[in-house]
Design a protein around this ligand. Sequence first.
Ligand code: FAD
Length: 586
Amino acid sequence: MKYLLHRVFNVGSFFPTLNMPQELEPDLVDAILHEVARMAEEVLAPLNQSGDSSGCRFESGRVLTPEGFKQAYDSFADGGWCGFTGAPDYGGQGMPKLLSVCLEEMLFAANSSFALYPLLTSGAALAIQAHGNPSLQASYLGSLYSGKFTGTMCLTEPQSGSDLGLLKTRAIPRQDDTYSIEGTKIFITGGEHDLTENIIHLVLARLPDSPAGVKGISMFLVPRQLLNENGTSGANNQVKCGSIEQKMGIKASATCVMNFEGSIGYLVGEPNQGLACMFTMMNYERLTMGSQGIGLSQYAYQVARDYALERRQGRSPIIDNSGSEDASLLADHPDIRRMLLTLRGNLMAGRALTFYTAMKLDVCKFSDDRDAIESATVLVDLLTPVVKAYCTDRGFEDCVSAQQVLGGYGYIKDWGLEQCVRDARIAQIYEGTNGIQALDLLGRKVVRNQGSSIRILVTEIEEFAARCKSHESLYRKASVLKRSTDELMSLTQHLVKLARSEPAAVGVAAVSYLNLLGTVTYGYMWLQILANANFDEEQINGENYLEGIRTAGEYYFDRMLSQVRFWTDTALAGLGPLLAMKSNQL
Ligand SMILES: Cc1cc2nc3c(=O)[nH]c(=O)nc-3n(C[C@H](O)[C@H](O)[C@H](O)COP(=O)(O)OP(=O)(O)OC[C@H]3O[C@@H](n4cnc5c(N)ncnc54)[C@H](O)[C@@H]3O)c2cc1C
């Protein structure tokens, strides 16, 4: 993280270009990272396996989190981490998203279940800060930032998942400018728990006579307990948890059925603009989910690498075994190196991509430069579905590969990797499935604007690659990357044209297109990483860390970027059979 922040993205020059509430000198950045790491290692990681084993319990409408979670949450909140990116006017720390993604990755790596409680709270606070009226902001933001309250997002209903236009929860106006909320939400993360005195739900619901579909959705703030005049939590607000789900992973995160039985709600934002308000939250959350994929694969990588450096099996064909009776280290077998280098290739580029996108979000939030904000907005829109889907798909696959490095032990609970695989799986599903992310990318962010957004990104990549060509060690990589962007652009033009005559073209090509763009942007990140490495001098932690990065980068360009061809070829392959197949023949 420090290498990327200081050497690749040069935060020492970047932060001063922004109008942030506080100055962030490089030393302070490092101190923050170390403090987060300490908390993740000492407070959260020790509860990861025990939380998975015991899970949450549901008793008479109450949800009990696993032993130790309440104390860990209190110390997390006391450390001021709940308001890390919050508005300083209400007690938040006003930190940039770039540092927040570091925090998020470490939390997910240490304890994904725990991470969800405060991270959803940050998203809810963000939506209230952006769209709530001053009275709602004054009543709730302080307690969300201090960690006294947590927040949720309540979208999903039994009949309404990816298609929010189908949601039925109703908001009936009362006489005092409040609303009576009635309906059932399912799969609500942190909908009920015992960590805080109050829980603040952001609920999507329909006003009477609102238009059908997504145009008729509004957002409401519904506290579990109503607030007293003095801001303390008071009477129950008819918000009831019906049950919690038994699920594959993130078992210490409560996934709740929530019944709103005439609960009092406050409108957030304008009527019928609820989806736009929720997207303020979800754009941030989707980036956060990318960090879940990366955090978990980072953890898995560490376990697998350490194991491969201790376990001995067979004789390696790549080192000199003569004179030794010992079996070789796993780390010296080509196939084990293949898995570890693939993990490293994805991890470093994926982390760089979340940092890059977070920097664009910071420009949107803190810059005064209108041109910079305009282009950053385009890139955030374009890259958010890529980070969400590509980083979590790679994250899951990489956790499986790490498990494979351990052979049979990878399947055994004690080593932690089977939990890692189970925990990583959800990130591909929630916050909009990865299939839906791909449709959003190709349909709304590429085809709808005739490829103009992707052109902005590709121009930036090509200009950077052209500059790198003057360096001998980068010439070949820059040339391969340029060929990849050529393929990306010709496929884009083809799809934009095809979509005019073939309505199914987007649906058929979307996932391949997202993977293609993910592969190319990871290549761009690797070129940035390699271009900024000073391989001769620098030693980090006394190891030849940079030499390892250089070799992992070589591997990405030699073996992983070639997937561009595969994804380009598959983007439209199979269109005929896919359209010809009848549903009842599947
Ligand atoms: C552990 C967990 C925590 C969650 N937390 C929350 C939460 O805090 N708040 C909340 O509101 N929700 C939450 N969810 C719900 C989650 O966001 C939804 O499950 C997800 O968005 C998918 O909706 P669905 O399950 O109804 O699947 P469906 O929408 O039924 O989708 C099923 C499959 O069909 C595909 N599909 C759907 N529509 C299309 C289409 N138009 N074109 C092509 N393919 C399509 C999907 O990609 C998917 O593969 C959570 C879910 C889980 C499991």
